[in-house]
Design a protein around this ligand. Sequence first.
Ligand SMILES: *Cc1c(COP(=O)(O)O)cnc(C)c1O
Length: 258
Amino acid sequence: MDRVPEAGDCVREAGELRGRESEIAAALGAVRDRLDAACRAAGRTPSEVTLLPVTKFFPESDARILYQLGCREFGESREQEATAKIGEFRSRVPDPAVRWHMIGHLQRNKARAIAQWAYAIHSVDSERLIGALGRAATAAFEAGERTAPLRVLLQVSLDGDPQRGGAVAADLENLAAQVQSAPHLEYRGLMAVPPIEADPDAAFEELQNIHARLCLEHPDATELSAGMTKDLEHAVRHGSTCVRVGTALLGARPITSK
Ligand SMILES: *Cc1c(COP(=O)(O)O)cnc(C)c1O
């Protein structure tokens, strides 16, 4: 049975929250410094690169701390966890300026759930998923759950192994056209995670070249979601417009996390 609450509990919890707040505030400052330095080194302005804190595996209270520290965009990668967390967050922070991004692999039968809350999805890599997202976004419009299109970034496989997620470069043009012709979807750009063994500079350079080619056909789809805790400097050097950072902000996740 649970312990009976004691008078000191509230005080202790408030103290823990303040401890977590200062921890996250320090981490956020350090990541912003890294991002500023990376932009300066690349001759870019920091406003060109969005910091997307990734809150997967961490509680809703951490997202709220980040919100209080000025963050307005968040990334999640697991549908069930995200849907529950975002519901809780929205009931406490009813701010329409907050944007939630789906950045992880999505099964088609979860498309309807994310269409309720996702500002954008970064992990689209197949025609069948695009079809499911188009239907889901349409249903969300009809239900009054969203008023703006679902922004789509196509995930690129940089090692050509589709088992690890992502579409091969040769398929991207066709997939981008599919997104453009689907109802309530908007093609916004590309995302990639470099292969584990790869040289990040080479991988992000390849991604940048692929992105430049697609931009010839889709000049408005300028988003390039690239860079995480370990490699954000390399990604900024190669044109990233959005770095997705989890570990450096909130700490280590369980080893099995994706
Ligand atoms: C978890 C995750 C991240 C964050 O990775 P860190 O190394 O913790 O910064 C970024 N992108 C995707 C797709 C993820 O799943």
